[in-house]
Write a protein that binds this ligand. Structure first.
Ligand code: NI
Length: 278
């Protein structure tokens, strides 16, 4: 793992965070609240979303991280949401895990596929993954009509069409917090500061037996411009919190993800607001 790769990872993560905090005003506020308590925040993982079409598919984004020394740690299927995802870790443990999902476009209706193909066709073929990660506005603004049509079938498709490829969420590592012993107390603190959590009264996804528990805020709502200058307030990105447990027989914390939990957490960006956790 060369020093140059590490420098590149830091630069890329700093870029993604800079963009994310503009998209997600609450993240910076929460970060400040935690830092006021003396916490030094570390990221458990960063999540990216894309379409499974060239030249923006998961494999193109994945290449960037593999080239920088990350290793593949697992794959996840989300049948109902029509998504496929993979996760990666950096062997040094110094950098956040990366979670990349892609929409299985061919599973949407013909009309939704047409909208998505039109969007992706505007990205130059041969565009590198690095370029995708540094250039968030990869296609011209979509029309509100197309956004609404996609939302009807897939909240994920609508979000991605509107926002392009950027960090969908950063995740605070609760293991590294010193003033909260568990996820419940952190959630209670956030709720006392009037942050709304995804899942309402049951914000925690997963359990210690799965070695990973996660919760997330509901996405920030921001005024977003669509084609023709039309503005609508829509959910952008959210902040996530994760605590990991050691895998039995190992000193190491669990390094993967739990599909069932991630499935619920995807709903943090739903336009239709709070969903009940099941
Ligand atoms: Ni996540």
């Amino acid at each position: 793992m060369s020093a140059l790769n590490n420098f590149e990872i830091k630069t890329l993560l700093a870029h993604l965070w800079k963009d994310y905090k503009v998209m997600t005003p609450q993240a910076e506020h929460i970060r400040e609240l935690l830092e006021e308590r003396g916490e030094v925040l570390e990221n458990d993982h960063i999540a990216l979303r894309t379409f499974n079409l060239e030249p923006v598919g998961l494999k193109v984004l994945e290449r960037v991280f593999l080239d920088l020394g990350y290793v593949y740690t697992g794959e996840y299927n989300f049948d109902k949401k029509k998504l496929y995802a993979r996760s990666y870790s950096h062997p040094s443990g110094e950098f956040p895990r990366i979670f990349i999902s892609e929409l299985l476009t061919e599973r949407l209706s013909e009309s939704a596929q047409k909208i998505i193909r039109k969007i992706v066709s505007q990205v130059r073929q041969g565009t590198t993954g690095k370029h995708l990660l540094y250039m968030q506005s990869l296609w011209p603004k979509v029309s509100l009509e197309d956004y609404d049509a996609l939302l009807m079938e897939s909240e994920y498709a609508g979000w991605l069409a509107a926002f392009g490829i950027r960090a969908n969420h950063f995740t605070v590592s609760v293991n590294n917090l010193r003033t909260f012993g568990n996820l419940e107390s952190l959630n209670g603190f956030l709720e006392s500061r009037r942050y709304k959590l995804n899942g309402g009264s049951k914000p925690i996804q997963g359990h210690p037996g799965q070695y990973l528990e996660q919760s997330s805020t509901l996405a920030s709502r921001i005024a977003w411009e669509f084609l023709g200058g039309v503005i609508r307030e829509i959910p952008s990105c959210y902040y996530e919190f994760a605590i990991r447990y050691p895998v039995p027989g190992s000193w190491r914390l669990y390094d993967g993800f739990v599909a069932q939990s991630a499935d619920k957490i995807f709903e943090s960006t739903d336009v239709n607001g709070i969903r009940q956790a099941s």
